[in-house]
Design a protein around this ligand. Structure first.
Ligand code: DAH
Length: 339
């Protein structure tokens, strides 16, 4: 018996506790009623009567030793926890800072503005909720033009004269009404159309409008400006092509294509195997539009263009689905953290 007391004593003295779990294990083994020491007390009645007193004293001494050791472990754990609070471990790697990133549409808009500011353009803005005059009538839309119909435009139910602007061309009108030529301005902004959301279309998207009005502005100026833009926004090798088109507010009008930035003319599903992708529309401002804004078309001429910022951005970074821009998936957005 006393051997076993000796063994348990050594075990208690050598014990090391460095967590709450180990402390509980110590308590179970040496302190609780079912502990090895408790067992020793239980054995008392089997000890011969003449040895019982000495046995009892030894077990009691062992019990006190275990209790003291238990308290020692408790104190140690407490001061250990406090120590690590007071002295953070300086060898640990730092927690990475979580900086936000520039949204790719913002980066493209900023680059767009930078390119045009260098050739004398300023930035203007207009309201997203527009009246019929600025969105349609002053832009020479005929009264029965299909774009005015409900399927394209979000009109205000109570007042069909008010709508969410369908393009940033409305800002052209506001600028021309308020400023005298020469005018060189860029108008970035959100536009709204009643379209189903898909990989290629959205009911809310962004456009960049450009307008240049002065004496003697020609189609050659328009072409040269857009050549310059495409090479600055993309690469020096980028080609630009003008296709004849129709817009009520320009005459002549063109659609602007650039050489596909994804396949570089080889043919891919982005350019539908043509090697070209459309980035917007442009043309010479129609004399009727100048007149609507109080600018004399016999003195002044000008060009205008409108481009989709989403489209320009998709071609810039090879993004294939427009919905990624608005889903706010951190995994998508954080790829642009070097912008
Ligand atoms: N407003 C046209 C659209 O949303 C784009 C556009 C075409 C703007 C030709 C222009 C322009 O300024 O000259 O589809």
């Amino acid at each position: 018996m006393s051997n076993s007391i000796e063994e348990i004593k050594k075990e208690v003295e050598a014990s090391v506790v460095s967590s709450d779990v180990e402390l509980e294990a110590f308590r179970m083994r040496f302190i609780s009623r079912k502990s090895v020491i408790g067992e020793l007390f239980g054995n008392m009645k089997t000890v011969p009567a003449e040895e019982r007193k000495a046995y009892g004293q030894d077990v009691n001494a062992l019990k006190n030793l275990a209790e003291n050791r238990f308290q020692f472990h408790i104190d140690n754990l407490k001061s250990g926890a406090k120590k690590s609070e007071d002295h953070p471990d300086l060898t640990l790697p730092p927690i990475e800072s979580q900086f936000g990133t520039i949204h790719p549409l913002t980066a493209t808009r900023q680059r767009f503005i930078e390119i045009f500011e260098r050739i004398g353009f300023n930035v203007s803005s207009g309201p997203e909720i527009e009246d019929d005059w600025h969105n349609f009538t002053a832009l020479n839309f005929p009264e029965n033009h299909p774009a005015r119909e409900m399927q394209d435009t979000f009109f205000l139910e109570k007042n069909p004269d008010i709508a969410l602007r369908t393009h940033t061309s409305s800002v052209q009108i506001r600028v021309m009404e308020n400023e005298k030529p020469p005018i060189r301005t860029l108008s970035p902004g959100r536009v709204f159309r009643n379209e189903a959301i898909s990989a290629r279309a959205h009911c809310v998207f962004h456009q960049m409008e450009g307008l240049y009005i002065d004496k003697g502005v020609s189609f050659a100026d328009l072409k040269q400006t857009l050549y310059h833009f495409a090479k600055e926004m993309y690469t020096k090798e980028t080609q630009v092509r003008f296709r004849p088109s129709y817009f009520p507010f320009t005459e002549p009008s063109a659609e602007i294509d650039i050489s596909c930035q994804i396949c570089h003319g080889e043919g891919c599903n982005i350019c539908k195997y043509s090697g070209w992708v459309e980035i917007g529309g442009a043309g010479m401002v129609d004399p009727n539009v100048l007149e609507s804004c109080g600018i004399d078309p016999s003195v002044y001429s000008g060009f205008a263009f409108g481009m989709g910022i989403e489209r320009i951005t998709m071609l810039r970074y090879g993004i294939k689905d427009l919905r990624l821009f608005t889903e706010n998936d951190i995994r998508f957005l954080k790829q642009f953290n070097s912008l």
